[in-house]
Design a protein around this ligand. Structure first.
Ligand code: SF4
Length: 456
């Protein structure tokens, strides 16, 4: 494998690294995977989270089949450009390849894949095994690119080099070095923007893109939810960009700012306040008065319609106490979204959150005894729910059974979910899901004594 990009390792925007390498952070550095404990959280996993949504490009994993199988198709990114992100391609390295080297097998697999599926581009991912046997992914990618006539992008992301977050950055680096700036759009406008770190989970862009269009803003490039490979190549022509998932790709936004002068901000589309703030910040960065007027009109129109649509759900949600066990940007943006629905968030998790995310949560929780949970397991979550008298748990699918064991209403808010909660329509969808869960008769039934106990 090639040398690790030092600027990413020492990145001050890494929430867990010391600022500028000097000032100690409140949190330790990004944890490195430990043997046997990297499942679902290695650098390779992080890289594919970022790049797999590019669905008209094929993604070939150079490693044992287990690396592919571990995280295959476990995110709900939707795409209009194909379904390569739903397929798993791997070189399935075996013992003999470890002895003889795997480059020939990688070349052969890539040829076969491209001949059979004709993707627009090919991403090659290195894993621990490919890196440890010394296969040269960059060299293979160059040779394949010349032979196959499509862009072939090496993503040097063996799991052992770092955390999932570090893998996110390696994917961003691969985009910056090999993809962004290699193409040109048919035309550009003064209101072209780029969304970075938005993965179109459950089709959330369907709620966001119309708002941008109504505001006179053109979404030039999506990195990477619902993106075509081609649009990634001209992301450098954007006039402003928004980092939607702050931890994953902020370094990419910083580098695009340095290299192409594209101003950026961190934001979210969860809830009235965040959505309006995101649109207004675009208006400010684009510096176009007519766009700013259109943004205000869009916000006013949608807020009014959304408040009307929310009315039937709000009485049942008012005052309900929620524990939000979700990491990253959702830990602060969803707190505000839930409070806008009249609910009370008793605490949230800060795992995978950046220092900036945590600062935002602290600001939201200021003057209260609300809980910031760094890391927890099912028992710790249930203890909090019982102690604090929470009415429901919002978390990822892995905690579904925690909620069932605790006989407490549960709504999935993580990447596997089937429903989109971003933008104004997402706000109504979230209210509908929360209402349906809270008012389901199943919870009263679950809390009654079982029939065999009643008989005795
Ligand atoms: S890349 Fe390494 S840590 Fe990640 S799944 Fe494969 S073997 Fe495990």
């Amino acid at each position: 494998m090639t040398a690790l990009p030092k600027h990413l390792i020492n990145s001050p925007s890494c929430s867990h690294a010391p600022e500028n390498g000097t000032v100690a952070s409140a949190r330790p550095r990004c944890a490195r995977p430990t043997p046997g404990a990297a499942s679902g959280g290695c650098a390779f996993d992080g890289a594919q989270v970022v790049l797999y949504p590019v669905a008209d490009a094929a993604h070939l994993v150079h490693g044992p089949i287990g690396c592919t199988a571990l995280n295959w198709n476990n995110r709900g990114s939707k795409s209009d450009y194909g379904d390569f992100h739903r397929l798993g391609f791997t070189t399935d390295l075996q013992e003999i390849d470890i002895v003889m080297g795997g480059e020939a097998k990688l070349m052969q697999a890539a040829r076969e894949l491209v001949a059979r599926y004709t993707p627009k581009a090919l991403f090659l991912y290195n894993t621990c095994v490919g890196a440890m046997i010394g296969d040269d992914l960059a060299h293979v990618a160059k040779q394949l690119g010349q032979e196959l006539g499509i862009p072939v992008i090496p993503v040097d992301s063996p799991g052992f080099v770092g955390s999932k977050n570090y893998g996110n950055k390696l994917a961003g680096e691969a985009l910056l070095q090999h993809v962004i700036g290699t193409g040109e759009p048919a035309h550009t406008t003064a209101t072209d923007i780029c969304l970075i770190g938005e993965y179109n989970i459950a089709g959330e862009l369907e709620a966001i893109e119309p708002l941008l269009r109504e505001s006179g803003i053109r979404l030039l490039s999506r990195l990477t939810g619902n993106a075509s490979f081609q649009e990634l190549t001209w992301a450098h022509r954007a006039r402003a960009s928004m980092v939607v998932c702050s931890q994953a790709l902020i370094k990419l936004a910083e580098q695009m700012h340095e290299r192409y002068g594209i101003p950026f901000f961190e934001g979210s589309f969860y809830g009235f306040g965040a959505t309006a703030a995101a649109l207004r910040t675009f208006g400010t960065l684009l510096g176009d008065a007519s766009v700013q007027e259109q943004i205000e009109a869009t916000i006013a129109r949608h807020e009014a319609a959304t408040r009307e649509a929310l009315a039937p759900y709000l009485p049942a949600l008012a005052g309900k106490r929620v524990f939000l066990y979700s990491g990253g940007v959702k830990s602060w943006s969803m707190v505000a979204q839930l409070e806008e629905l009249g609910m009370e968030v008793i605490g949230t998790s800060t795992r995978k959150s950046t220092e900036a995310d945590i600062a935002r949560i602290r600001q939201q929780f200021e003057g209260t005894q609300k809980i910031l949970m760094e890391k927890g397991d099912g028992k710790a979550i249930l203890d909090i729910i019982e102690r604090e008298g929470a009415d429901m748990l919002l978390a990822g699918g892995r905690n579904l059974y925690t909620a069932i064991k605790g006989k407490i209403p549960f709504v999935d808010v993580n990447q596997e979910r089937l429903f989109a909660y971003a933008g104004y329509t997402g706000q109504v969808e979230l209210a509908r899901r929360l209402h349906a869960t809270l008012t389901s008769p199943v919870w009263d039934l679950a809390k009654t004594a079982p029939c065999w106990e009643v008989r005795s």
